[in-house]
Design a binder for this molecule. Structure first.
Ligand SMILES: [Zn+2]
Length: 229
């Protein structure tokens, strides 16, 4: 059986010392690997510290994390450092929560950026995740990886989607449907990820395995462009 590997690059702008941060990323990777076991293997490919630079979570609104100037410059720096390697880029911020936006007490957020787009089957994706101090010891990283890996081009809808294939989550108070999340409280993609042994369904695994961020699914075009450089 082929291994489905996802490369992870970690960037620390939380002001903590390097040994604390190394245990932090190791814990997040290990929680992600236990959750996605038999499906996806996350491999830490790089850790970057900048002890002089601190980005405060409280200065970034949770509904506009990736439109934020500070985050934009962090991402540019990160992509530059790796030479635009395909993978998941995770940024560790200082402080407990993002600033209030779409929700209170948000400890993690993610987005998946489209690189080049040749066709509905040939395109490039980069995953970006931010985590606050309060995401430590939880399954937030594993959950955000789910959002990133579910991003795909839908031929039937002619657009990019990131729906949970086992979703949606339906809020029983408001009746609102949220296609990115799951209604099972034990599922990793429940809006608030479970604190013990979250479940990943076989449908979720199937979709995640097909992600363009998975190492064996990266398009040849990407390799070709690298060779020409
Ligand atoms: Zn979520």
């Amino acid at each position: 059986m082929a291994t489905h590997t996802v490369d992870v690059y970690a960037f620390f702008v939380n002001g903590a010392n390097s040994s604390t941060n190394i245990s932090r990323i190791e814990q997040d990777i290990s929680k992600a690997n236990s959750t996605w076991k038999g499906c996806i293997k996350f491999v830490l490919e790089g850790i970057y510290f900048n002890e002089d630079q601190i980005v405060n979570a409280g200065s970034i609104p949770s509904d506009g994390v990736f439109k934020n100037r500070q985050m934009d410059s962090q991402i540019k720096f990160a992509r530059n450092v790796t030479g635009n390697k395909i993978g998941i880029y995770v940024f560790y911020l200082n402080g407990d929560f993002l600033a209030e936006g779409k929700g209170r007490k948000v400890v993690g957020a993610s987005t998946t950026e489209v690189g080049y787009f040749e066709s509905s089957t040939n395109y490039e994706l980069f995953g970006h995740i931010v985590l606050t101090d309060k995401a430590a010891g939880r399954y937030t990283f594993a959950h955000e990886c789910g959002h990133v890996l579910f991003k795909r081009y839908s031929e039937t809808r002619n657009m990019f989607i990131h729906d949970d294939p086992s979703g949606p989550y339906i809020n029983f108070q408001t009746g609102k449907r949220d296609p990115a999340h799951n209604s099972d409280q034990k599922n990793l993609m429940f809006p608030i990820s479970p604190s013990v042994n979250p479940i990943v369904t076989s449908q979720q695994c199937q979709i995640a395995k097909q992600s363009k961020i998975v190492r064996n699914n990266i398009d040849k075009y990407y390799d070709f462009r690298n060779i020409r450089r």
